[in-house]
Design a protein around this ligand. Structure first.
Ligand SMILES: [Zn+2]
Ligand SMILES: [Zn+2]
Length: 353
């Protein structure tokens, strides 16, 4: 099998060849049909995150081992199964839930493997889909596509799920009555707009510094857009929401955006932070208590949420994000383009392309 691997953090991906694995026990061998290129892959590739105050979160210290085949947004066709696999068969095409946990700790038993302290994530802790083959450890991680195409379904496993799970954390009835605020109109922000509509929410005011992205947000159904660099950005946001700002979803989460979000959210309001752009918290601590603000982190989503999301996308025939495709060989270039902000929407690798 051919894979594009990280052999050294920060260095170009290298194409490697290895024997096609034979699945045993509960394992399933897939032929990769689609693998999304995610912003998280940039952090993996570079080996860490900036935590602010000069601190860095190291991937090596978090158990990421090289060589690594990245790729956690995968759709594949079943090629072979181990002898304990019961419910999928050769030829089935499935979306892979990548956020695998240990399966027996408190959060895993509660169906939130994405919060497991010993993660075994596809494309991070075990080989992912930047390859033409992929082994999945258990059939429960395979999600029926419900008729959604492979390239449309692949990004649901991470970016789509991240949006959906973050939106599900808000009071759903309140989202139906009030405009929320979304910070960031990159791929995730645009997906969130489409999902909000499908979920029956009233809509969102989008905060984004880039003019082309603001236009993309308007085209995707944003109620209004605001440039955070304007002197009166906070007032503009509050005016566009047309009342108290209860709910803020931040897809950037750097010191500037989280300060702006905190400044606009009302007493008793709710901020959900999804972005991983780095930096440290800017809030005056007494105000968090006095204003009774809930600040919640959201990290990808659960298997159950991914199943719900695929159902919603199939039922509403949603196109969450424009997709462009590339070949396996072009993944290194795709990562560079993503890093330089040249990709509007999602790049999905198809080994046939
Ligand atoms: Zn666990
Ligand atoms: Zn991702």
């Amino acid at each position: 099998m051919r894979s594009m691997q990280v052999l050294e953090f920060g260095q170009p991906l290298v194409q490697t060849e290895s024997a096609v694995p034979v699945p045993t026990g509960k394992e399933i061998l897939l032929r990769v049909k689609a693998a999304g290129v995610c912003h998280t892959d940039l952090h993996l590739w570079h080996g860490g995150y900036d935590l602010g105050h000069g601190k860095r979160l190291s991937m090596a210290e978090r158990g990421v081992k090289l060589p690594l085949t990245m790729g956690h947004e995968n759709v594949g066709m079943v090629l072979a199964v181990g002898d304990e696999v019961r419910n999928v068969k050769v030829g089935d095409v499935r979306l892979v839930y990548p956020w695998n946990g240990c399966g027996h700790c408190e959060v895993c038993l509660a169906g939130q493997e994405n919060y497991c302290l010993t993660p075994c994530t596809v494309g991070i802790n075990r080989p992912g889909g930047y390859s033409d083959h992929l082994v999945v450890p258990d059939e429960r991680y395979l999600v029926d596509l419900k008729g959604v195409s492979a390239i449309k379904a692949a990004p649901l496993a991470c970016s789509g799920l991240t949006c959906y799970s973050a939106l599900r954390k808000f009071n759903q009835a309140r989202l139906q009555r009030n405009h929320m605020v979304i910070i960031g109109a990159g791929g995730l922000g645009l997906m969130a707009l489409a999902l909000l509509k499908a979920m029956g929410a009233k809509g969102a005011v989008v905060v984004e510094p880039d003019a082309a992205r603001r236009q993309a947000a308007l085209d995707a159904g944003a109620v209004a857009v605001v440039d955070p660099n304007a002197d009166d950005a906070a007032q503009q946001i509050q005016k566009a929401v047309g009342g108290a700002v209860y709910d803020v979803l931040d897809f950037v989460s750097n010191p500037q955006t989280t300060e702006l979000g905190f400044n606009v959210v009302t007493k008793g309001g709710h901020m959900v932070l999804v972005g991983l752009f780095g930096g440290a918290a800017p809030w005056p601590l007494p105000l968090i208590a006095m204003r009774a603000i809930t600040i919640q982190g959201s990290y990808v989503g659960s298997l159950g949420e991914l199943q719900e999301l695929v159902e919603l996308v199939a039922k509403e025939n949603l196109s969450l994000i424009p997709v462009t495709t590339c070949s396996l060989d072009a993944l290194g270039q795709a990562l560079q383009d993503l890093e330089q902000g040249k990709i509007l929407g999602r790049m999905v690798m198809t080994p046939e392309a």
